[in-house]
Design a protein around this ligand. Structure first.
Ligand code: NAD
Length: 496
């Protein structure tokens, strides 16, 4: 049976802040905005108001070819710059974003419907990513030279890969671009980036503002659909590595297209993060943790704390605490100061999340709070907690990517670990316990690229972010990203 305790979430509505100067219309190729070879355009929509903000070119394979040609032409001279010079450019980009942070925050909120607090965090993290990569690029080195064969001295050079194709998602448009642009440039590569068709504005704005600081052709941006622009980037013989942050399905397509030219692939894909709450956990802290990490960015977050596994002996108490927390969440438009969550990114995604909630009902789970669309303008959905979820139910493994958290129970530690690992994803997980032995052993047995203990979704720029299994195998952030975007070359000198 479905019982909804609270169905009366409303949207706090504030006047939409004026959208700052939009980026120029066109593709950013060879250091300037140029017309697309396509006469077609795509609408860019504010999902909190359903208004069309502007149009961008619906780009073509020929646009990608022109951008790749520009990136190839710039490749040798950018690769020849010293780490210090590249670092200076990255620091300059960080300064430009910081100086224009209000412009970026407003653009991001207008283009995604996210609350101001989330947009502020995104922009701060983007700035930090450029500053970190600027430092890491200078500290990046290989093993020292030495002799491993008689009369021969070995030297390892760290080289850029060449031209990197980057494909980004819509949930954190500028931040996901920053996670790639900073290490890709820091390691000495040039790039062609395709932003999500829903959210190209902040990335195009960045291109406009950094055009005078980055040599022409080093950064190129082509807007357009994934199946056209993204696919051409993936298959293009002039692209040496393609990196995508997106869904598993898109990652599979990119990897398949990349196979023809045997190019390297860097995949940051979806997630379904388990939150394992043991009987000795601080239940209040765990419930608050799920409130913030399960609903951050409206749950449109690859590491979202969306699948709770709680010990059966504390399940009732924990669920009560969680439902109380989630009932208090405020939903609002970006201008509404107190709003914790905003709208879904698009009509299509809103409909996908509502269809997933329909499935929850059909599967006979309990909707303890929320579960519905919120009436009125914009693509808003109530923060939702689903209980009465048995092992193996579809909601335990399907990524909903919205404000929906499910709760399952377990009876032994062994079962908790086995069930948490029963997912195609392997991006992130958390463990909530006061027991020091559990806090050491359980994370080691979980098959996820990041495991938090008594926390969830705290990201450190210095630490790697990336998944296992279906979540892909790229590493963003940290010096491991510089590793991923470079190649080693062994040169051996015969001293005999
Ligand atoms: P998506 O897969 O629909 O789109 C991502 C990007 O891929 C877009 O730019 C899109 O145009 C492009 N694309 C789509 N089909 C393509 C194709 N055939 N060839 C090349 N490119 C193609 O994902 P989304 O809906 O924008 O973002 C949400 C997804 O991203 C979720 O699954 C989420 O978990 C994942 N994500 C992962 C991380 C991470 O760090 N692992 C971070 C953010 C988002």
């Amino acid at each position: 049976m479905t019982t909804a305790e609270k169905t009366s979430f409303t949207v706090l509505r504030a006047e939409t802040p004026p959208v700052p100067a939009l980026p120029p219309f066109g593709q950013f190729i060879g250091g300037k905005f140029v017309p697309s070879t396509s006469g077609e355009t795509a609408d860019v929509v504010n999902p909190a108001t359903e208004e069309v903000l502007t149009q961008v070119p619906a780009g073509t394979a020929e646009d990608v070819d022109a951008a790749v040609a520009a990136a190839v032409a710039a490749k040798a001279s950018w690769a020849a710059t010293t780490p210090r010079d590249r670092s200076a450019v990255l620091l300059k980009i960080a300064d430009i974003i910081e100086k224009n942070r209000e412009v970026f925050e407003t653009l991001e909120s207008a283009n995604t419907g996210k609350p101001a607090a989330v947009a502020e965090d995104d922009i701060s993290s983007a700035i930090d990513t450029f500053r970190f990569s600027a430092g890491a690029a200078r500290a990046f080195s290989t093993l020292g030279a030495d002799d491993y064969a008689e009369n021969h001295t070995s030297v390892i050079h760290r080289e850029p890969v060449g031209v990197v194709g980057v494909i980004t998602p819509w949930n954190y448009p500028l931040l996901m671009a920053a996670w790639k642009i900073a290490p890709v440039l820091g390691a000495g590569n040039t790039l062609v980036l395709k932003p999500s068709e829903q959210t190209p504005l902040a990335t195009l704005k960045l291109a406009e503002l950094i055009a005078d600081e980055v040599p022409a052709g080093v950064v190129n941006i082509v807007t357009g659909p994934g199946r056209v622009v993204g696919n051409r980037l993936s298959e293009h013989p002039g692209v040496d590595l393609v990196a995508i942050t997106g869904s598993v399905g898109s990652g599979q397509k990119v990897a398949a297209s990349a196979a023809a030219s045997v190019k390297r692939v860097h995949l940051e894909l979806g997630g379904k993060a388990p939150v394992v709450v043991f009987d000795d956990a601080d239940l209040e802290a765990a419930a608050k943790g799920v409130r913030s990490a399960g609903f951050w960015n409206g749950g449109q977050e690859c590491g979202a704390a969306c699948r709770v596994l709680v010990h059966e002996s504390v399940a009732e108490k924990f669920t009560e605490l969680l439902v109380r927390e989630i009932s208090e969440i405020t939903v609002g438009t970006p201008g509404a100061g107190d709003a914790e969550i905003g709208s879904m990114i698009s009509k299509a995604h809103y409909e996908r999340v509502l269809a997933a909630l329909e499935d929850v009902r059909k599967d006979g789970h309990t909707i303890a709070v929320g579960g519905n669309a919120i009436e009125g303008q914009g693509y808003f959905i109530e923060p939702t907690v689903v209980t009465n979820v048995p092992a193996g139910a579809p909601i335990t493994s399907n990524e909903i990517f919205g404000p929906v958290v499910s709760v399952e129970t377990f009876s032994t530690d062994e079962e908790a670990v086995t069930r948490a690992n029963e997912t195609i994803y392997g991006l992130a997980a958390s463990v909530w316990t006061k027991d020091s032995a559990r806090s050491l052993t359980v994370p080691r047995r979980l098959d996820f690229g990041t495991v938090w203990v008594n926390s969830h979704l705290v990201i450190a720029t210095e630490m790697p972010w990336g998944g296992f299994k279906g979540s892909g195998y790229g590493r963003d952030l940290s010096s491991y990203a510089l590793d991923d975007f470079s190649r080693t070359k062994h040169v051996m000198y015969n001293r005999g």
